[in-house]
Design a protein around this ligand. Structure first.
Ligand code: ZN
Ligand code: ZN
Length: 81
């Protein structure tokens, strides 16, 4: 399976390609292509991938954490009783 470099249009095996670490939508054959593409245009179109941006939904993350903590504290109380 080959993927085309977003900048130089070279086709390379998927395993050799690097994804843009922010949006995961574009692939590059090398760090040079990534850097050049970023400067040329991608910085204007790049959007942080939702799964990489917990800051866009902090309530969900905090809710999960406090729920987990409350659960373990509760089971501790059960053990003491
Ligand atoms: Zn390239
Ligand atoms: Zn990007």
């Amino acid at each position: 399976m080959t993927v085309t470099c977003y900048f130089c249009n070279k086709d390379l095996p998927n395993s050799q390609m690097k994804h843009c670490a922010r949006c995961l939508l574009v692939t590059y054959c090398s760090k040079e292509c990534q850097t050049l593409s970023w400067k040329a245009s991608h910085k204007q179109s790049c959007r942080i991938h939702p799964s990489f941006a917990p800051s866009t939904d902090p309530k969900t993350v905090n809710g999960r954490w406090s729920f987990g903590r409350r659960n373990s504290r509760h089971s501790g109380l059960v053990l003491h009783a």
